[in-house]
Design a binder for this molecule. Structure first.
Ligand code: PGA
Length: 248
């Protein structure tokens, strides 16, 4: 299975900074052929990024969308607008959306359906908080998020990202064993939903991935890529992550 590694820039980078990043990043990864390389800039930088990545091995993702195609929804961005701006993928259900913007499972599900209907690839995020992990609820939370988010959704063009909230932006990575354990569990739930097709769904790990820990994480059986925040903001650091060592 081809690895899938995406940069989630969150609320970072102007148009100029986006162009500057890509002009240094693209040459550094041009020989990487065995990884789907994806960058997710903020909405305002998408068109500029689309120009920069044209005819390269880098793909474009948005960080969110709204489920309606058009209409009176001040401030929102539709799936068709993302396609128009050059996006191939969209991140949906990131824990920061769930936490700060009250995105519940039903909203996440609606967004996934809208994205897929428009032909966008979906990077669907799930993950437990520290309190949930400590209370022994990790698997319950993951099961609920995966099943609700994917209700009436097929498995085409779907990537799932496991991002333990306690590992995001904290420098506290899940151990390889912790990641593998939850990834295998997600694979099992996907198997219940999609049968054999679950084997072909890429499950990314996210949460303080760096050039130093990427090799071990990617060597885990059910880890098929990464969603990278902080360490994706510098071209050299993200290029190192994308060029991780596959010999492990
Ligand atoms: P981080 O963020 O790599 O900065 O922990 C990951 C994410 O939230 O996608």
């Amino acid at each position: 299975m081809k690895y899938f590694i995406a940069a989630n820039w969150k609320l970072n980078k102007t148009i100029g900074e986006t162009r500057e990043f890509l002009r240094s990043f693209i040459p550094a990864v041009q020989n990487v052929t065995d990884v789907d390389i994806v960058v997710a800039p903020p909405f305002t930088s998408l068109s500029a990024a689309a120009e920069e990545i044209k005819d390269t091995n880098v793909q474009l993702s948005a960080q969110d969308l709204f489920w309606e195609e058009k209409g009176a929804y001040t401030g929102e961005i539709s799936p068709l607008m993302l396609l128009d701006a050059g996006c191939k993928h969209v991140i949906i259900g990131h824990s920061e959306r769930r936490q700060y913007f009250s995105e519940e499972d039903v909203i996440v599900n609606r967004k996934i359906k809208a994205a897929k209907k428009a032909g966008l690839g979906v990077i669907f995020c799930v993950g437990e908080s520290l309190a949930e992990r400590e209370a022994g609820k990790t698997f319950d939370v993951i099961k609920r998020e995966v099943e609700s988010g994917l209700a009436e959704v097929d498995s085409d063009n779907l990537v799932v990202a496991y991002e333990p909230i306690w590992a995001i932006g904290t420098g506290k990575t899940a151990s390889n064993e912790q990641a593998q354990e939850v990834h295998a569990f997600i694979r099992k739930i996907l198997g219940n939903l999609y049968g054999d097709k679950a084997q072909g769904i890429r499950i990314l790990y996210g949460g303080s991935v760096t050039p130093d820990n990427v090799d071990g994480l990617m060597a885990c059986k059910d880890v098929n890529g990464a969603l990278v925040g902080g360490a994706s903001l510098k071209p050299d650091s993200f290029a190192k992550i994308v060029s991780f060592n596959k010999e492990n």
